[in-house]
Structures are given as structure tokens and as C-alpha cells.
Design a protein around this ligand. Sequence first.
Ligand SMILES: Cc1cc2nc3c(=O)[nH]c(=O)nc-3n(C[C@H](O)[C@H](O)[C@H](O)COP(=O)(O)OP(=O)(O)OC[C@H]3O[C@@H](n4cnc5c(N)ncnc54)[C@H](O)[C@@H]3O)c2cc1C
Length: 572
Amino acid sequence: MTRQDVFAALQKKTDVSVLIVGGGVNGIGTFRDLALQGVDVLLVEQKDFCSGASAGSSHMLHGGIRYLEYGEFRLVREALTERNRMLHNAPHYSKPLPTTIPIYSWFSGFLNAPLKFLGLRDKPSERGAVVIKLGLMLYDWFTRGQQGLPNHRMVGRAESLDLRPQINHDIVCTATYYDAWMPYPERICLEMIMDAEAANSNAHALNYVSLASGAGDTVTLKDELTGSTYNVKPKLVLNAAGPWIDLANRSMGEQTQFIGGTKGSHILVDNPELREMLLGNEVFFENKDGRICLIFPMLDKVIIGTTDIRSDIPDPVCTDEEVDYMIELVSYVFPTMKIDRSQIVFQFCGVRPLPHSSASRTGSISRDHSLRTIEPDDKIRFPVMSLIGGKWTTFRAFSEQAADAALQRIGRSRTSNTKNTPIGGGRNYPKTDAARQQWLADLQQKTGLSAERVQTLFERYGTYAAEIAAFCVAGTDAPLQSQPTYSQREIAFLAQHEKIVHLDDLLLRRSLLAMLGLVTGSLLIEVADILAKELGWDENRREQEIENAAKILQTRHGVSADRLQIAAPISA
Ligand SMILES: Cc1cc2nc3c(=O)[nH]c(=O)nc-3n(C[C@H](O)[C@H](O)[C@H](O)COP(=O)(O)OP(=O)(O)OC[C@H]3O[C@@H](n4cnc5c(N)ncnc54)[C@H](O)[C@@H]3O)c2cc1C
């Protein structure tokens, strides 16, 4: 169903069992779960899907070893189980990541962890080898018996320096363990929406539609593209608006203070030397100020993060001071490494929707998730459940919890669960080398595409690549002149099938073009031309889209104006 079809249907039938406000990973995960139970469910997202906190993450699927010292054993165990499930259910977008911790003392922090657990200490403190070893033993123990990742290993100073001669020589040893990372979190969200809508014709997700207000038994939704409004009468509202949760409740006349967000920023740098030093690992470490930071290879670039600063604004930007902090933190681990600002190809920022807390240190606020319900009252006659907190890693479990609560409220029962449900291009994914080679060879034979092209599509989309490849060969195709690893029909396919409304949706959230620093003025024009044709934009709209995307890239993502100048006209 198109956007217009859904609006037309809403004008005829205003009743809906569950309305979900917010298309971040938690709203989308819950949408998918309810759709799979056969519930009629509508999700509205005021901007593009996965553009809030869910686009601001460090891209880690992790247990969160540091939460152990705050006694969050339940959360760590759940996160590790969910991490392993993601490796199984979305193998195209979840990759194992060996992670190395440089350690500067043997016994530091031995007393601090129990004190933090008992709430008697709330200050950053160095963690020594013994404390880290204990944490990693727990990490391994929580996942015993699951077909998961290798156990941790402590590596002595001499061997560590042999492996990484550039690492800070003050180390006493290093520890290496496994977590996982997601190259394409935004695509995971999109693919879950497509799976949900394919499974249930009464499940619809609309981007660029906001919850405007709510009163009595009615919620008013606003189409952010046209300004038109639509009334719906939900039995239940799930408020999954992340850092905007209190604002969304307020627009329905309910005053809440559920969220106390903290802002975190990241930069991506093009520095082959640093990438080389990482040896394919994440380096996960305590910075001088006690903040836990990370550096890891993101395809051919390096991601560096992050900050943790209280924020009342749900969508702030990365500041110059934060960029300085992130450049500086690299030299704490690799003292000879100097990052130049000109090597930054992209920066991004998000607000962690943490539960409201008076803790003096942001790092000590719980990363666990919970549901808070506002019962029907004289202002609104339907319950509103807010989804507070949570990690990207635990979205499935949190969504299950929210879906269970929703099912109970609307008098339905669960018919299936999502524990082993594959996501998008993770379906029928060939897991061994031999199976992968066979899959690629079959697709190559079916489509006549080159081995290299089939491999690129597979790495980008998993098994969903088969549909895209078939579409590409069904018409005249050519590589993009400005970025030949993408083709014109590939972009056309995304435009036709992936709810793209604006040019920046494609650059930032359907592809890694922006994040990997591949957007140039020429690319903006070339992609806008294809979208204009597929989405029926006139010349005016096309120009507006180019201008708007360039502005977003410059103001929110630090892409230089020079880079976005048009190098040479693209020929037809
Ligand atoms: C800096 C940082 C690093 C992180 N790193 C990690 C990590 O490495 N691993 C990990 O597991 N987790 C990580 N997280 C946590 C994780 O990203 C978030 O907890 C999770 O993405 C929250 O998802 P959400 O769906 O609740 O919120 P969001 O993704 O913010 O979604 C809420 C959505 O609601 C929409 N909305 C708001 N108001 C309205 C309205 N009135 N109408 C319609 N829509 C509305 C917003 O536009 C937004 O898209 C990190 C978070 C940050 C910020």
C-alpha cells in the first residue's frame, strides 16, 4: 500500500487496535512483533525511520561489560543473548567484533565495583586487570551453552606490544573478547518494517507523519509533507518516541518526566594508518577522564566515540569541543597517532533516551528498559504505554515485552515469537563459506552480473540482493558515474520499494553513502535525478531536495561545503 492508500484507508476507518508513535528501533521492533501476531497496528514516525537515537548509536551489539560494576546482571545477560540472536537472525548486518581493552594496572578498581554496586561510589575509577578479568569471566559464563563467540583471552604486555607496537607502552597487559557490530542499523529497521507489512496487510508504517495531539478517544496525526491531518481512534497508544517521549505525552495533555537524555557524538575518519593499527579489532578503553570510549574499523574508515553529556534537546548536533575530545582520545591509546580534522568524513550525534535520574554521573544511569503506563483519564480515554530506555542490542526483548503488554490490553494472545525470526536479507542466509560461494555463483548465473557486482550486492543487502540484482538486470543499467559501486537501477529499486521520501533518506539511511564520506556535489545531482524520475519530483522539488540534503550534511554531519560543490556536470 502506498502512503496515499494508507491515508485514504484512515479516512474511511479510524479505528486501530494499536498506534505506535516513533519509528526508532524500539517502535519498529514492537510494530514487527504485533504485526506478526495479526494485530492491526499503525506506526507513525515524524521524520524518517531510524533517524533519532537509533541512528546515533556506536553501532555496537554488546553485552555492556561496564554495566556489571553497577550490578546490572540481568541487562548484561539479556544483551548478550540478544547479541547472539542478532548474529543468527540478521547475519547480513551483524558482524562479530574482536574487542581489545588496554589495561594500565593490575588491581585498580577492585573495591570500586562492589562500592558502585552498593551505590556507595559514583565516580569514574580506573579498572585494573583483575576487575576486567572477573567481568569477562562473567561475560563468558552468561553465554555458555549458546552457540556464540569465542571466550575472552588475557594477553601479557610483551605479546600485546609485539602485536600493536604503537599502543600506549604504559599498559600492563590487554584483554581481548568478542562483541558484535552493525554496519547498517538503519537498514535493519527498514527491513523489519518491510517484513512486518509483508506478513500482515493491516500493519502500516508511515514516515514523515507525527502525532500532533490527542484528546478524548481520538489522536490527531499530521502528514509532515502536506500539513493534512487525520484522526484515528486507537484502543492503545505505545509511545516509543525515545528522547521525545515526554513531549509526545505532553501533546496528548499528559505531563510526564520519564526521560533524562544524554547526548553522544561520533566521528568517522579516513586514516588508513589508524585503521591498520586496529588489526580489525575494536579498541575499547577508559579515557583519562574515566569515560569509556571506542575506536573500531567501519569498513574502510574508522569510527571514534563517544561523549556522554546531559541534553534536554532531543536532536542536538556534535559540537567542535566534542570533535576535539574525540581526536584527543585516540592519542591516549596510540600516542604517536595524530588525527587531522581534514580526515573527518562524517560526524553524528544522538540522545540516549535514558530514564530520568538524579545521578551525578551520566555513566551510572541505568541502560535497562522499562514500560510506564498512563491509564485512561478525563483527558484521554485510551491507555498510553511509554517505552523508556533500552539498548539497540536489546530491542527485540524490549519489543517483546511491549508487545506482550499491548496484547494483554487489547485482549489478544501471542501466537508466535521473534526469538528466531530472520530479518530481511538475513533470511535463508548462507552461513558457511561453501554455501556462500554457491549462493553467489547461483545468483551470478541467474543474472549474468559479474562476480564482483554480485559480491558487492550480497555484502550490502544479504539475500535480499537477489531481488535487487533481478531488478537491475530487468532494464538498462549503468554504474553511477560519481560512485560506480552503486548502479542507477539499484538506486531506482530503493526508491520504488523502501519508503524514500527525501534525498537524504537514501544518502543517510538506505545506504552508507553519507557515512562513508562518499557524497559529493556530483553524486547529489546524479542520485537526485534518479529519485526525481522514480518519485515524480518536478524540477523545483529536485532542486529543493539537493539543497536540503547538502544543508543537512553540512550542518548536522560536518561534511565540508567544498566537498559538496559540483565537480563536473554529470552527462546524461
Ligand atoms: C550516542 C549513543 C550511542 C549508543 N550506542 C549504543 C550501542 O553501541 N549499542 C546499543 O545497543 N545501544 C546504543 N545506544 C542506545 C540506542 O541507540 C537507543 O537506546 C535506541 O536506539 C533507542 O531507540 P528508540 O526507538 O527508543 O528511540 P529513537 O530511535 O529516538 O526513536 C524515537 C523516534 O520517535 C520519533 N518521534 C518523536 N516524537 C514523535 C511524534 N510526536 N510523532 C511521531 N514520531 C515521533 C522520533 O523522530 C524518533 O525517530 C546508543 C545511543 C546513543 C545516543
